[in-house]
Structure formats: structure tokens, C-alpha cells
Design a protein around this ligand. Structure first.
Ligand code: PLP
Length: 373
């Protein structure tokens, strides 16, 4: 079957939906009209068919292999995005109790707000003036009665990332939103009660959210919980209570195969350290032309955030940076509208060579405009 790559692709530094490996896109292109000799696209395949069942089983097994998920954890592929889980987590786990939230950026802040609809949900420390780091755990006010301790592994907007699994009290399960760093570094599943991640950054395209949940936490939802977000129902139906996002699940499966082929999560981590290091080095040696507001110990490997022209940023220079980068084939470098500045997202599909191109551009841009600072 004939298919070809479009060699005019640009370098996409978007925060999500984000770049997919070209190999994945080419396989999807090849399969588009006729998946596996069936004469139909995966989009046209019944979710109850044996063929889709095979896709689903392989996707789950590859995910289990990649993360070394213990047998006492269930894996779900659900609709509703990460935001759906902001509600699903408290509706399934809170049940009239309390929960603690570590708020390190806008995504955990949103999860906290949603959780507060369902019970007594509190922050473990007072909201900081800005999200530029993670207070050490000895300053956290932890409740031993909490049903869970919630954290966001990587804050996509602010560029703040946990470098290790946070501390929790005995018998208080950790709940982790790993939407924007899943598969970019190993994660110790056994230290968690629940981990979830939307696919559209490091695992595929929008539409599906992977949930890993410890068996003993399944079955405690409140009666008002919508059935499609009810873990017990979805576990019982193998994520097929209703029509699942079949195509997004298929694409996620291709991404899992690709990560495995590259050498797994460990290799993704090595590349992520290298890629983010290239940019942080330039930032830290730029005489404040580039300024990253995030504490060095919690800087994200996935979303490198910085201002240009001093710590408060020079918006004119930042606009020039985005425009000139675009002319050189590098897109989506504008920071989130709530924080401004620049954000370079370096998910697994972004290559070291592509990151080097951005690094070179940053060096040239600084030389050209340093005097305008
Ligand atoms: C860390 C994190 N959590 C949750 C979300 C929300 O995901 P969704 O848009 O799939 O609801 C995002 C979206 O960017 C995110 O970055």
C-alpha cells in the first residue's frame, strides 16, 4: 500500500495536543482505510468486535509492561480527559471523607476546586504567591484521616515537576495526575493508589485517559457518580461500558509500541534529561536574557518555561522570539496565556536534534537582541 511522509512538517513544541512520533502517524496513515486486512478503518470497527478486543488487550499489556504495573492494579481507558478525573477521583474515593491536595500549579488548583464540590478537600500548604517550586514535605499539613493525597506530577502551564514520588502518611494513598509526564520517566506504581494521564501529550491523541487504580480503591463511589466515570462499573466492563474512544485507544497503542521499540521509559527519561538540559543550560548562562522562574530543583523536563529580557519578561522581545522561531519552522512556543513568556514542550516525540535546533536559535536570538533588553 502506498503511503508517504510529508517532509514539510514543522517542529512542534505544543503543550498538548502535541507532537506524535512520525512512525506512529505513518502507521495510522497506512491503516487508515484498511486496518489489518479487515477492509475497514479502526474508526469503523465495532468496539465489541474480536478485532478491537485484540487491540484493547495489547494496549493494556504494553502499558503494563512499560510501567511495570503490579497485578493488584486495574487499568482503565476512559473518556472525559484529565478534567473528567478531577471529578472522578473524589466521586470514587472521597465518599463523605476528607482529602489533601498538594497544589503546585494551575492543574492541581483546578482539581482541588472540583474536589471541593464533593467533600472536605484542603490544600496541604497556603497558596504561594506564584507557582515556582514545591515546598518541602516537612512543611505540609497532612491529615492522617485523609482518603487520599493528591498531586500533579508535572504542571504543564507553570513547568513545575516532582523529581520523586512525594511523601505520604501511612494508609493515605497517593493520587497522581501524570497527564504531561507519563512515560517520560519511570513511576513507582506500587507507591500510589491511583495514577491517571490524558493521552494527548505523551501517549497519543486527545479522547482517552488512562487510569491505573489499586483494586482495593475500586467500589466506593457515591451514588451520584456518572456511570461512565464509575471505576467499579468500568473495571467490570473492561472500559467498555459504553462506546470507548476507539481510535484514540488505537493511536495510544501505536505510541506504546513505539516507546517499547525505543527502549522503554528509561530511554525516554535519558532523552528528556538531555533535551531539557540543553535549554536550561542556555537559560542559566544567558546573563538573565532568558529567565526561568522555576526553582532549579523542580524544573520540568517536559515543559520548559521562561521569560525573555529579564525576570518579568519583555513582551515585545517574546513576540519577536515566537515570530522568528515560526519563520524557522518551530511553532507553538508561546507560553500559556495565564503566565505569558515562552514554553517549549519537549515530550517523548520531540527529538534531540529538534531540541538542538531550538537551542541554536535561542543562542542566536540572544546575540541579536541582548542590547534591547
Ligand atoms: C497536568 C494536566 N492535568 C489535566 C489536564 C486537563 O486535561 P484535559 O484537557 O484532557 O481535560 C491537563 C491539560 O493540559 C494537564 O496538563
Amino acid at each position: 500500500m502506498a503511503y508517504c511522509a510529508d517532509h514539510n512538517r514543522v517542529i512542534n513544541f505544543a503543550a498538548g495536543p502535541a507532537k506524535l512520533p512520525e512512525e506512529v502517524l505513518l502507521t495510522a496513515q497506512r491503516d487508515m482505510l484498511n486496518y489489518s486486512g479487515l477492509g475497514v478503518s479502526v474508526m469503523e470497527l465495532s468496539h465489541r468486535s474480536a478485532e478491537f478486543g485484540k487491540i484493547m488487550n495489547k494496549v493494556e499489556q504494553d502499558f503494563r509492561d512499560l510501567l511495570d504495573i503490579p497485578d493488584n492494579y486495574k487499568v482503565l481507558f476512559l473518556p472525559g480527559g484529565g478534567t473528567g478525573q478531577f471529578s472522578a477521583v473524589p466521586m470514587n474515593l472521597l465518599n463523605g471523607g476528607t482529602a489533601d491536595y498538594v497544589v503546585t500549579g494551575s492543574w492541581s488548583a483546578k482539581a482541588l476546586k472540583e474536589g471541593q464540590k464533593y467533600g472536605k478537600v484542603t490544600e496541604v500548604y497556603k497558596k504561594p504567591a506564584s507557582y515556582t517550586g514545591i515546598p518541602t514535605h516537612d512543611t505540609w499539613n497532612l491529615n492522617p484521616e485523609a482518603k487520599y493525597l493528591y498531586y500533579c506530577n508535572n504542571e504543564t502551564v507553570h513547568g513545575v515537576e516532582f523529581q520523586q514520588t512525594p511523601y505520604t502518611l501511612p494508609n493515605v494513598p497517593l493520587v497522581c495526575d501524570s497527564s504531561s509526564n507519563m512515560l517520560s520517566r519511570p513511576i513507582d506504581v506500587a507507591k500510589h493508589g491511583l495514577i491517571y494521564a490524558g493521552a494527548q501529550k505523551n501517549m497519543g491523541c486527545a479522547g482517552v485517559t488512562a487510569v491505573i487504580v489499586r483494586e482495593d480503591l475500586v467500589g466506593t463511589s457515591i451514588p451520584e457518580c456518572p456511570i461512565i466515570l464509575d471505576y467499579k462499573t468500568q473495571v467490570g466492563m473492561n472500559s467498555l461500558y459504553n462506546t470507548p474512544p476507539v481510535y484514540s485507544i488505537y493511536i495510544m497503542g501505536l505510541v506504546f509500541e513505539w516507546v517499547k521499540k525505543q527502549g522503554g521509559v528509561q530511554v525516554m527519561e535519558e532523552r528528556s534529561i538531555k533535551k531539557s538540559g540543553l535549554l536550561y543550560d542556555i537559560i542559566d548562562n544567558s546573563d538573565n536574557f532568558y529567565c526561568c522562574p522555576v526553582d532549579a530543583s523542580t524544573r520540568s523536563r517536559m515543559n520548559v518555561t521562561y521569560r525573555i529580557g529579564g525576570p518579568n519578561g519583555n513582551e515585545e522581545l517574546e513576540k519577536k522570539f515566537v515570530d522568528e522561531a515560526k519563520k524557522q519552522g518551530m511553532i507553538s512556543l508561546k507560553g500559556h496565556r495565564s503566565v505569558g513568556g515562552i514554553r517549549a514542550s519537549l515530550y517523548n516525540a520531540t527529538t534531540i536534534e529538534e531540541t538542538m535546533k531550538l537551542a541554536e536559535f535561542m543562542t542566536e536570538f540572544k546575540e541579536k537582541y541582548f542590547s534591547l533588553m
